[in-house]
Design a protein. Structure first.
Length: 119
């Protein structure tokens, strides 16, 4: 009887560890992507909003983020750049059972390079 209880406890621990690992991987990719987007917005130079959005789609592909170009909003407001992104990603909380998980962020950045403050 003790062996069965120990096996059940180990099985539950394995399921929790598996779910935790998959959530960690998804969130670490999300935060890497968000940080890359923030940096790209800060050093955008003379890029148009559409060019910056395309660069962000490339950053998403590099970070294995399933996002479409229309899910990223880029808008220059004076000297600042506003970026909003929202997407869903499937996470295997249980083996073979993907669960759709929503991710989003909103950033407002200012230029970092000299001379970018001019319009």
């Amino acid at each position: 009887m003790k062996l069965i209880k120990a096996g059940i406890k180990l099985g539950i621990a394995a399921l929790v560890a598996n779910a935790t690992w998959h959530v960690y991987l998804a969130y670490s990719a999300h935060f890497r992507f968000r940080d890359s987007v923030e940096h790209a917005a800060q050093v955008r130079g003379n890029q148009t909003d559409d060019e910056l959005r395309e660069a962000m789609v490339d950053l998403a592909a590099e970070n294995d983020i399933p996002i479409e170009p229309d899910e990223i909003v880029v808008k220059r407001e004076g000297i600042s750049t506003l970026v909003k992104a929202e997407y869903k990603r499937d996470i295997d909380l249980l083996p073979g059972r993907p669960y759709p998980w929503s991710f989003s962020f909103q950033l407002s950045t200012y230029p970092m390079l000299p001379g970018q403050l001019k319009k």
